[in-house]
Design a protein around this ligand. Sequence first.
Ligand code: HEC
Length: 97
Amino acid sequence: MLIKHGEDIAPNGEQQFPYPDGSIVVKEAYRPDKDYVGLIAIMRKKAGVDPEHNDWEFIEYTRNASDAEFRVIAKDGVCWGCHARVEDIDYVFTALQ
Ligand code: HEC
């Protein structure tokens, strides 16, 4: 997980919610027995884009070979079901460490 401007979301090391406009959260994943990143999941916060879901845009890309291009596999509606479980901490499961 990559955090831009950690100070903005955790002044003095104390995490604040919601995440500020412009926040980007990236998750990369490897498939079992593969040595390249096969999945990239991104949450990007853009003011006004989806007020029902705290203005997060959800999108996920996959590829099946290390030299293949990433393609969009899923977005938004597919993601809300699970991420809504952590709506109280702005839809992001992973806490800052
Ligand atoms: C089956 C439930 C489920 C669905 C569906 C789901 N997620 Fe997640 N997602 C999780 C869980 C649980 C985590 C935290 C653990 C982890 O990183 O695997 C997570 C983590 C993430 C993270 C890292 C930030 C965080 O919340 O911890 C991003 C980014 C993300 N998901 C994006 C997406 C996108 C984009 C979609 C839709 C294409 C999606 N997710 C669909 C369960 C889900």
